[in-house]
Design a protein around this ligand. Structure first.
Ligand SMILES: Cc1cc2nc3c(=O)[nH]c(=O)nc-3n(C[C@H](O)[C@H](O)[C@H](O)COP(=O)(O)OP(=O)(O)OC[C@H]3O[C@@H](n4cnc5c(N)ncnc54)[C@H](O)[C@@H]3O)c2cc1C
Length: 373
């Protein structure tokens, strides 16, 4: 089957790209490895930067019962606290609900889906793509969007530079019930990691952390690592002891890489985390994936409606992506360095506590302006 546009991956960036293209009248196929709804490792705090756009798309956030988040609590490994208002703020929603809502919108807009299907190869030949799935199905497409997330086998197939190095980070997520202000997102630090907690829909909380794998290796398992390393922070200790954990086992991902990436690889237009992942402590990856999905869709629409010049499409998209996101990614990577060691994060907490305008400036530089689409 031949499509003008084929999207690989139906997370936030792929779904938004699909919705925008279908709304513009383009025939789009989206191939997604899983079915909807499904859980995903993510802190589930969405910056209000994309709220106007989501509302314009037709998502009724109030009706979905999202948690409104207006303040930020930062704790050091020893438990010292810094509280700060969040100027732009955000909302909490599970990926289980969020991605599924966008999937429904995408279907309504006319996106064709091929679910429970993994793309295993992308071949470029005669100015077209051949996309092959692990089950042996083949599709051809004029334009391919890679919206398949942080790191997959396709990155190896495409010989992407960041695949040459392993990444030390892993991510772990739970849903819990816990007594904590619903309007606050907490970022609790611990040795070689940090743990976010904020409310989502239905009186639940998302507890999600990023840690270096060496922590888990040292103690042999995730629960042992949580007890021996994370629980040294008294706030995490209370959560682990008192919270009601909703699922038996956490969602876990490995190899979370923040290395710089290219926005176009072998003519594939990368979107969302496949183009670059911001460090989670910025709480902004989802907003970037949504905004990025919108940008790639606008460039593709322009290509089909105006010039049909692939080189121009790739140059325009790369330029737009870099000017929108590359500074934020750089700031995010550098701020994360402050939280690698226990001493540095204690220092950061005292420093930001003494100079709140500096903290506000750092938050501002990892976020964009409200985006309306
Ligand atoms: C620990 C952690 C905490 C985070 N917390 C937050 C937070 O609180 N707030 C925030 O804004 N951001 C957060 N982020 C970042 C955020 O999760 C991502 O930026 C966002 O999910 C990116 O969306 P995406 O669409 O690019 O990728 P994804 O949401 O990962 O979607 C990619 C999709 O592609 C599919 N796929 C993969 N490979 C294939 C294939 N070969 N064939 C077909 N389908 C495929 C996958 O199944 C998946 O559905 C966090 C990230 C981490 C690691």
């Amino acid at each position: 089957m031949t499509y003008p546009v084929l999207i690989i991956g139906g997370g936030l960036s792929g779904l938004i790209t699909g919705i925008e293209l279908a709304k513009a009248g383009l025939k789009v196929l989206l191939i997604e490895r899983k079915n909807y709804p499904h859980h995903k490792v993510c802190g589930e705090y969405v910056s209000n930067e994309v709220r106007p756009y989501l509302q314009k798309l037709g998502l009724d956030l109030k009706k979905l019962g999202v948690a409104e988040i207006t303040s930020f609590r930062f704790t050091s490994p020893q438990g010292h606290i810094l509280d700060s208002p969040l100027k732009m703020g955000g909302f909490g929603i599970s990926r289980y609900l969020f991605d599924d809502q966008l999937y429904q919108l995408a279907r309504g807009a006319g996106v064709e889906f091929c679910l429970n299907t993994t793309v295993s190869q992308i071949q470029w030949q005669d100015d077209h793509f051949k996309v092959v799935t692990s089950g042996g199905k083949e599709f051809t497409a004029e334009v391919v969007v890679g919206a398949y997330g942080k790191r997959t086998r396709l990155d190896r197939e495409l010989n992407r530079d960041f695949m040459e190095k392993t990444s030390p980070y892993m991510g772990v997520k739970y849903h819990i019930r816990y007594d904590f202000p619903k309007d606050t997102i907490a970022l609790h630090n611990f040795k070689n990691g940090y743990c976010g907690m904020s409310a989502i829909e239905h009186d639940k909380y998302c507890l999600c952390y990023l840690t270096e794998r060496s922590n888990v290796k040292e103690y042999g398992s995730i629960p042992e690592m949580e007890r021996h390393i994370m629980a040294r922070n008294p706030h995490i200790y209370s959560i682990l002891r008192e919270a009601d954990f909703i699922y038996d086992n956490p969602e876990v991902i490995n190899e979370v890489s923040f290395a710089p990436k290219k926005a176009v690889v072998d003519h594939v237009l990368m979107a969302g985390d496949a183009a670059g992942l911001i460090t989670p402590l910025c709480g902004n990856g989802m907003a970037m994936a949504i905004h990025g999905g919108w940008i790639v869709a606008q460039e593709i629409i322009h290509y089909f409606q105006n010039h049909r010049n692939r080189q121009r499409l790739e140059i325009n998209y790369t330029h737009r992506w870099q000017s929108q996101f590359s500074t934020r990614l750089w700031v995010g990577r550098n701020v994360q360095r402050l939280f690698g060691s226990e001493q540095l994060s204690e220092f950061a907490l005292h420093f930001f506590g003494l100079l709140p305008p500096v903290l506000r400036m750092v938050i501002r530089s990892t976020h964009g302006k409200p985006f309306h689409g």
